[in-house]
Design a protein around this ligand. Structure first.
Ligand SMILES: C[S@@+](CC[C@H](N)C(=O)[O-])C[C@H]1O[C@@H](n2cnc3c(N)ncnc32)[C@H](O)[C@@H]1O
Length: 254
């Protein structure tokens, strides 16, 4: 990315964050990770939506860490995590089998530009990682795919239980599980909120703490939009990229 584009992206981020955020300083290694010109332009363009410096600073991502980007998709956070953990760190980008079938070489090409990213493929529900080997697992805007199953509409789906158990296995004691998700109106059912591609905050927290994690907070001030009533499918209401979001932190007990 050119210097002009970097400055334009930084200015856009400040406008989106509001006046108070202009004065906000984030750690230098996080700011540098966001400014990394190896990032895809299509990802950089989403900075005002994803607010990567605020999110990764909130999670305390440090140089040298080993991290997993679960369901990494287009690699928005994979790329920024790469810079944040630096040369001495490692990013395991988890992709689904179906995405790897169609796009493995594209991911390999994208990740090769960074030097510390590899593909983590799940086989029989297990990541190719040792127990207690990961400092931070990021689960970004995917939870809405894991909180509702028509066969058991009132309960946490079994595949969510299995996924959280796998996160628990690979995280080091004291490690952080970071979960961002679109907020559903308080008290909404799993079935209602599934249609909105959102989840009620209390249900999200209960699902994950019931899996043994300790709840360590919600930085819900990062993504706030008074125009969002939390009871709509953002893909159909023009709110894509502008939803109210929870930024949940959980800890694996020591
Ligand atoms: C909004 S993207 C988020 C990608 C990435 N985590 C991020 O923060 O940019 C949603 C991801 O969920 C995955 N996904 C979609 N439907 C799914 C499903 N039914 N089960 C599991 N993952 C699904 C997609 O492949 C995509 O990577």
């Amino acid at each position: 990315m050119t210097l002009f584009k970097t400055l334009t992206a930084a200015a856009a981020l400040c406008v989106a964050l509001g006046t108070s955020a202009i004065a906000q300083d984030y750690p230098a290694h996080i700011e540098a990770a966001v400014a990394n010109d190896a990032r895809l332009d299509s990802n950089v363009e989403r900075d005002s939506d994803r607010k990567p410096a605020a999110v990764l600073s909130n999670y305390g991502v440090e140089s040298g860490m080993t991290v997993v980007d679960l369901f990494a998709g287009g690699g928005y956070f994979t790329e920024v995590l790469s810079g944040a953990v630096g040369e001495g760190g490692r990013v395991h980008a988890h992709q689904t089998a179906s995405r790897l079938e169609t796009s493995r070489s594209a991911f390999e090409e994208q990740y090769a530009l960074f030097g510390n990213i590899d593909i983590a493929e799940m086989v029989d529900g297990r990541l190719p990682l040792e127990d207690n080997s990961v400092d931070f697992v990021f689960f970004g805007l995917v939870l809405h795919h894991f909180h509702f199953d028509g066969a058991m509409p009132e309960q946490r789906p079994e595949r969510a239980t299995n996924l959280y158990a796998e996160v628990m296995r690979v995280l080091t004691p004291g490690g952080t599980f970071g979960v961002t998700e679109h907020v559903a109106v308080e008290g909404s059912s799993r079935e209602q909120s599934a249609g909105w591609h959102r989840i009620d905050v209390a249900t999200a927290v209960a699902d994950i703490t019931d899996s043994g994690f300790e709840f360590a907070g919600n930085a819900d001030e990062i993504h706030v939009n008074p125009e969002d009533d939390n009871a709509n499918f953002w893909g159909e209401t023009g709110l894509r990229g502008q939803t109210n979001r929870m930024v949940l932190s959980f800890t694996k007990p020591e």
